[in-house]
Design a protein around this ligand. Structure first.
Ligand SMILES: *Cc1c(COP(=O)(O)O)cnc(C)c1O
Length: 404
């Protein structure tokens, strides 16, 4: 049974205070908190078997390699990849997208078209713009509606045999919208385009099955799902990863090096140059174990309750406008109150111990669409409670009194 009070005991940070008040952490869309089960795995690595992987014959190196590869297998199983070597361990979503975008500079030709959505994180926009500058490919944009939903009819009209790649997030970090990725993938594939799904915001809430959805590339970061920062993954279908050139050169990614010619290692090592975040990779596996132990269905159901509760309470506040009211949403609420600057609200909430994010959330095109500088964003996790939401509502009412 899902018991939030028991779950909260796993997260030591939740018992600290901020500015004399108990911490209320509502910035989960930026990074999630880390349970003891994951912290212990990191500490155990450094205490007991810290060693470089894949190269050593000695015991510590074997143990570290085994743990790292076991984590890759857990990730493979979680996302239902066909092969463990289709999981490339990276430093995170941004790194993963750059590997693919950089690789396509050797594949695309001038006039090829790429399609992006208007609700992307900058990390799923800028690497593609750089790719277009290098290749002469053209970037097309799927617009969004006022409620924060992709205009799928425009997407269909943009698709043609010139389309080579489509990249959209599974869930928007600015609005919480869950995008219809199954439909996007089917339609893109019908014109021969490949699809990259940015799963950074989805993976803490939704388990994506890359084979069932026929996903070409799926990327995410461990730190959004109770894992550490600086580690993430790029899933790619084997035949696609094999056609992409390596991203970085160095140790670990080679088969043979001579000054005449260097040959590259097979997957996944071709994309894993240098010493990786070993403890982080192992802890990524532990984070998935932890989340699966609670169960993604329980997590999604409970977070949905929090979302509904917060949305209805926020709507009682006069002058408060919510951005992003898609029928399918994760537990993210972006809002503004009258003309008050989001930063001022965020600062007062922080004085009261409540952590929310303010600003453009690395999604400036979304803010431009709504003609606002930014929003206040409260994003909930399965370890948050309705009592914490009540505290935020009280704090918001105090902020309004002070600022209006
Ligand atoms: C957090 C996030 C990213 C960036 O992740 P990094 O870990 O900073 O690389 C990209 N896209 C979405 C939707 C995100 O929420």
């Amino acid at each position: 049974m899902f018991d939030v009070n028991n779950i909260r005991k796993d997260f030591p940070i939740l018992s600290r205070t901020v500015n004399g008040n108990p911490l209320v952490y509502f910035d989960n869309a930026a990074t999630s908190q880390t349970p003891n089960q994951v912290i212990e795995v990191i500490a155990d690595y450094y205490r007991n078997y810290n060693s470089n992987i894949h190269r050593g014959v000695h015991t510590l190196s074997q143990e570290a390699t085994d743990a790292y590869e076991a984590a890759r297998n857990k990730i493979k199983t979680h996302f239902n990849a066909a092969k463990a070597y289709e999981i490339i361990l990276t430093s995170g979503t941004t790194h993963s997208i750059n590997i693919v975008a950089s690789g396509y500079s050797e594949i695309l030709e001038e006039g090829d078209e790429l399609i992006v959505s208007a609700m992307e994180h900058h990390s799923n926009i800028v690497p593609w713009q750089m790719l277009c500058e290098r290749t002469g490919a053209i970037l097309k944009v799927i617009p969004i509606t006022q409620s924060g939903v992709l205009e799928m009819n425009v997407f269909e009209a943009l698709l043609s045999e010139k389309t080579k790649l489509v990249f959209v997030n599974h869930v928007s970090n600015a609005l919480g919208t869950v995008n219809p990725i199954a439909e996007i993938i089917t339609k893109a594939h019908s014109v021969g385009a490949k699809v990259l799904i940015d799963g950074a915001q989805a993976s803490p809430h939704i388990k994506a099955d890359v084979q069932a959805l026929d996903i070409d590339y799926y990327v995410t970061s461990a730190h959004k799902l109770c894992g550490p920062t600086g580690v993430g993954m790029l899933y790619g279908k084997e035949e696609l990863l094999n056609t992409l050139p390596p991203y970085q050169g160095g140790g670990e990614m080679i088969a043979e090096v001579t000054f005449e010619k260097t040959t590259y290692a097979d997957l996944p090592h071709k994309f894993e140059a240098g010493t990786p975040n070993i403890a982080g990779g192992i802890a990524f596996g532990a984070a998935l174990d932890y989340m699966n132990g609670i169960g993604f269905e329980s997590v999604a159901a409970y977070e949905h309750e929090l979302l509904e509760y917060a949305t209805s309470k926020l709507k009682e506040i006069e002058g408060l406008k919510i951005y992003g009211e898609a029928p399918q949403k994760t537990a993210v609420v972006s809002f503004n109150i009258n003309e008050i600057h989001p930063y001022d609200i965020g600062s007062i909430l922080d004085k009261l111990g409540i952590a929310v994010r303010t600003g453009h959330h690395c999604a400036q095109p979304v803010m431009d669409f709504y003609k606002i500088p930014g929003t206040v964003r409260a994003s909930f996790s399965f370890y948050n409670t309705k009592e914490e939401i009540d505290l935020m509502i009280i704090a918001l009412n105090r902020a309004i009194q002070m600022l209006q």
